[in-house]
Design a binder for this molecule. Sequence first.
Ligand code: ZN
Length: 200
Amino acid sequence: MILTRCNRTIKPQQSSRASADAVPAYGRDCRRNYLEEKIMAIREIREMGDDILTKQCKKVTKMTFRTKLLITDMLETMYEKNGVGLAAPQVGVLKQIVVIDVGDGPIILINPEIVETSGEQTGEEGCLSVPGKWGIVTRPNYAKVRALNQDMVPIEVEGEGLLARAFCHEIDHLHGELYVNKTQDGLHDVSYEPEDETEE
Ligand code: ZN
């Protein structure tokens, strides 16, 4: 998932711990430092129209070196492209793996399932696989996810606001679903406005 990168930054409808930290996430020092410490391995993002984005992903049954590398590459690709989430099929791998960072550090979810939701939020959503577009999507305002972490240990994570939205968006990818089919009034073009250089 990506936030629209114009001056019309996504403002989650309801305040929450996750969204309060998440909105100004790009360019944060933590992300930059993370990238500098790694050897870049940016993977090509598959875009809408590519069949792979419509397919069901397979569960991960064991952690291999190859899968670890995939996760590292997914994180690097997400940060490089200024996304707040990325699912394995978006880099051409039909495995149930997502990475998310809404500004509070990376979350890695293997075989994730949403086990609880509540509330509702309606707001802008974008996707690295649908560049230059955004749409209005209604999602739960809270979501709890059961998954495995990168050590294949069962975990439960919960989020509100932007993080709940990211859970829903990324887990949809694992089942071949794109947000474009859930928008209220179709897709809009992202209008890039010049950044104010004097802004602090
Ligand atoms: Zn997406």
